[in-house]
Design a protein around this ligand. Sequence first.
Ligand code: 5AD
Ligand code: SF4
Length: 471
Amino acid sequence: MEMSKSELEAQKQKEIMERLKIRLAKTSEELGRPLTYCSLCFGCQMNAKDSEKLEGILETIGYVKTDSEDADFLIMNTCTVRENANLRVYGRLGQLKKYKKKNPHMLIAICGCMMQESLVVEKICQSYRHVDIIFGTHNVFKLAELIEQKLNTNKMVIDIWDGTSEIVEDLPSERKYDFKCGVNIMFGCNNFCTYCIVPYVRGRERSRKPEDIIAEIKELVADGVSEVMLLGQNVNSYGKNLDEPVTFAKLLEMVEEIEGLKRIRFMTSHPKDLSDELIEVMAKSQKICKHLHLPMQSGSSKVLKDMNRNYTKESYLELAYKIKKAIPDISLTTDIIVGFPTETEEDFQETLDVVRKVRFDSAFTFIYSRRTGTPAAKMECVATEEEIKDHFNRLLKEVQEISKETCSKDQGKIMEVLVEGPDEQDDRLLTGRLSNNILVHFPGTADLIGTYQNVKLIESKGFYYIGERCQ
Ligand code: 5AD
Ligand code: SF4
């Protein structure tokens, strides 16, 4: 059979990786030590997944991972959803200069959402000349080619694509965990919420074919993975643009059938596209976790309209109640923005009202950040900075009080966790995750990592439990 364009591309990249492997092995021999790489990643799970792919390429060509930024290859995967993330990146880049002076072999690459903004790339070209490779969100699969180009020309390599319709499958990926893994089901976003820069930096919606997704998950399961997180900016519109359209609910049913897979999670759902079919599939599923992240952004219908969210306060509430009724033990979490330009005190009260009515298990709260190029950036702001800070603090307090109560509802019960690793604070404890995404810390030994254990939830600490394993 003739190869498709994306299969040809994958093959080309694999050939480049082979060449680089030989070339870098020589450098390593000359230095008398292995070449190291350090991978820094900011932002969401999509970026985390892209970093796993970048690390897969680096491992394949012979680099060995280190946590130290003083490495032979440093890659920084950036996020630009809020302004403060950008400022941190510039600070970090500045600091890297000293390592590069010490180690002339060092290569610095920077990629991700921030690089899709032309002003950012201009600034790096002018003020951060020690950067070697700059690329964006659409050509992560090309890292080996860009490294080869850098080594051949010794010039700064810049490769930013405006968009792509291609999905290059079947390249290496270096997984962070042995037992759980994110799986891209779609890329990009078509929603254009007026505050959000994502559609501009991640491009239009593209879904992977269900058979490619299923094949990848089967391979992961054969390799020891028992929990997958299906990733997309708006998973509820999955499959609409495929040659043979498939709904997200149907995809979930197909994933459910994979033998050996125990848990299915997904991120993120847009309320406007969440179907009854999906609720039904979730309610009867044995594997889909009892957790739904349903970003509400605001409780005011007026602000939601200005945000171009395509739902109202009432329809969001109705949806939340419907989900809770169909799946009583579900944990509902959300994202909320305060300080959107048109948000008044009354609008903010509407947000508090929804928070009190839905009683989210947890909520990520953000202060609106103006992103150049988005429609909201041109809107005039009705509240002062002080008022916005006050709203933020009041919202946070409300959200935390409610989540402390909702999260402790299972105290005393015995529930199953997937053991994820040693507790970060106390090495006598392990950390496991309940189906509803809440963490449990309990005494145990490292051999249990990656296994499912029944744990008695002894004491709720607000956002997590202290538990005890049931033998
Ligand atoms: N300002 C503040 N928060 C934002 N988010 C997206 N864009 C912005 C912005 N410009 C938040 C939304 C989204 C989450 C990932 O980030 O709440 O759901
Ligand atoms: Fe941004 Fe809205 Fe798309 Fe989410 S759905 S990525 S908030 S534009």
